[in-house]
Design a protein around this ligand. Structure first.
Ligand SMILES: Cc1cc2nc3c(=O)[nH]c(=O)nc-3n(C[C@H](O)[C@H](O)[C@H](O)COP(=O)(O)OP(=O)(O)OC[C@H]3O[C@@H](n4cnc5c(N)ncnc54)[C@H](O)[C@@H]3O)c2cc1C
Length: 486
């Protein structure tokens, strides 16, 4: 099948819905449910962009197996230019949500691509698994499926390992191997975008132990509509308000859900790794998946920072504060953040190298810098938007107010320096939804944690970054008192 249209995305979700639980009730049809349909529509709109006349060459490429036009994020990059082309695709999808849909499907597409190309890695676990992951990559690409994923165990008692609970199947674990496949039971804490087609349980990086954790070393995939697989969603942030009142929340609440596996059989052809703790822990790094995902992320964060900068400047222009030096300094801070992220993206592409599976892989150094830098700086960006918008962020009456009986008051007292009250309110509603609304609050938490715990990410960077040449240089300098000769 060629790259999907939005209509096809909706049709598949309607006919093969995941078992979503929301506000105490099962969502029978996520494409029509009032709290999920807008996010589904936004997801579908991303897929429609694949066929927009001026974008089709950016968004798609010719499948090496079927010859169909398929999604660009499934392309196996062979050159630095391929990575740059893929960036353009990521950017189109990211800009569509002003960078506020963290888990647009290209994030997982590049994960599947990298894993599919690293079949030999999974063969090291079991000779069947390499072919399974190769087939899965082709299946997802040729059907243009949207995936979610869930890495972490339920957050119950972090001082214990998964096997130390009275019930060893609180964390998702392997119960037994059967002739049909593996029987799995338990839960994973969080999957964003449960309104998707499939879930990939890629070997996670959280197993801190030895053989006792073998049942928790798992890699597999399943359709989200598999019987026994349930998604317990958080409270929705789409409150059914208009796009004017909640410009982001009413469109881009991709949802987060706990994933519960109630004795689910994973067919053998969908199993990629079992019982191998070391290979589970190294899978993201060794397959290169983490770098391709980080490359998607850096594009997404550039789009988000551009949207924040655009909103900030529009707010400043709307209330006439651009002449204050400290306001200018704050805008400069956002510009610097944006340029750093752009530079890290370019550096990751320029310094890319071909990995052991023949995939041109963006460089780790710049991407590690980007994914450690952005969570810290995002909170400053939100602070700047708040400091520059001040009470304007709160004095944002709803659409019903400014079209209602007292609209005259609003037109008069809430007009802007360079725009009408309507223009001003639309703009400040956007700034509000970016920063302090429920949707904005979730975005802030997302930025802190979506790629992992910032503390452990920095520890990991400390562990892998080679500083030896710099230490040697300093030691040589200290040891040589003869230079320069006077
Ligand atoms: C909005 C949102 C969306 C997300 N979407 C997804 C998704 O789609 N898929 C997915 O797989 N995950 C997702 N995540 C989860 C994300 O991967 C985790 O939040 C992240 O890995 C941190 O794990 P945790 O939440 O279990 O935190 P915890 O591990 O419970 O950490 C809590 C606190 O304890 C500290 N801590 C815990 N253990 C250690 C340790 N060993 N060493 C040092 N400090 C420690 C942490 O630093 C932190 O301060 C999402 C998270 C959020 C907030």
């Amino acid at each position: 099948m060629p790259a999907r249209t939005g209509k096809q995305v909706i049709e598949r979700l309607r006919t093969q819905p995941p078992e979503l639980w929301l506000e105490g009730q099962r969502v029978e049809d996520p494409t029509s449910h009032p709290k999920t349909r807008n996010a589904v529509a936004s997801l579908a709109a991303l897929y429609d962009l694949q066929y927009q006349d001026d974008l089709v060459d950016v968004m798609t490429f010719k499948s090496p197996s079927s010859g169909h036009l398929v999604g660009r994020s499934f392309m196996v990059p062979e050159s630095k230019d391929d990575l740059r082309k893929r960036s353009q695709m990521h950017k189109v999808w990211a800009d569509a949500s002003l960078g506020h849909m963290g888990r647009s499907p290209d994030y997982m597409n590049v994960n599947v691509m990298a894993a599919g190309m690293a079949g030999a890695y999974f063969d090291e676990v079991d000779g069947r698994f390499g072919q399974n992951i190769r087939n899965y990559f082709e299946y997802v690409r040729e059907n243009d499926l949207a995936l979610t994923h869930a890495l972490t165990n339920p957050q119950i008692d972090k001082s214990k390992q998964a096997n130390e609970f009275d019930d060893p199947f609180i964390a998702l674990g392997l119960v037994e191997e059967t002739s049909e496949g593996i029987l799995v039971r338990g839960a994973r804490m969080l999957a964003t975008l449960p309104i998707s087609d499939e879930i990939l349980i890629f070997p996670s990086t959280v197993l801190q132990g030895g053989d006792e954790l073998r049942p928790y070393a798992l890699g597999f995939s399943l359709p989200n509509s598999t019987p026994g697989l349930r998604f317990q969603c958080r409270e929705p942030l789409d409150q059914g308000r208009s796009h004017v009142d909640h410009p982001l929340g009413s469109r881009f609440d991709e949802l987060d859900a706990m994933v519960i596996f109630d004795d689910v059989i994973v067919p053998w052809e969908r199993v990629f790794l079992i019982r191998d703790v070391d290979r589970a822990n190294q899978a993201y790094a060794r397959t290169g998946a983490v770098l391709h995902m980080a490359h998607q992320v850096v594009n997404l964060k550039i789009a988000k920072t551009e949207a924040i900068l655009g909103t900030l400047q529009a707010v400043i222009d709307m209330i006439g504060t651009g002449h204050y030096p400290h306001v200018q300094e704050m805008v400069a801070e956002v510009i610097i953040t944006l340029e750093i992220m752009k530079a890290l993206k370019v550096a990751s592409e320029e310094q890319a190298t071909v990995n052991e599976y023949g995939v041109m892989t963006p460089a780790r150094g710049p991407l590690d810098a980007a994914r450690n830098y952005y969570p810290a700086v995002h909170k400053r960006l939100m602070e700047i938007l708040q400091l520059c918008s001040s009470s304007g962020l709160i004095m944002v009456p709803s659409e019903a107010d400014w079209t209602g009986e007292r609209s005259g008051d609003i037109s008069k007292f809430l007009q802007g320096k360079n725009g009408s009250a309507e223009e001003r309110l639309r703009l400040f509603r956007l700034a509000w939804d970016m920063t302090i609304s429920g949707f904005g609050g979730r975005q802030s938490l997302y930025e802190r944690f979506f790629f992992g715990d910032p503390v452990r990410m920095k520890h990991a960077l400390y562990g892998v970054y080679d500083r030896s040449a710099y230490v040697d240089r300093v030691e040589r300098f200290l040891a040589d008192d003869t230079w320069p000769q006077t």
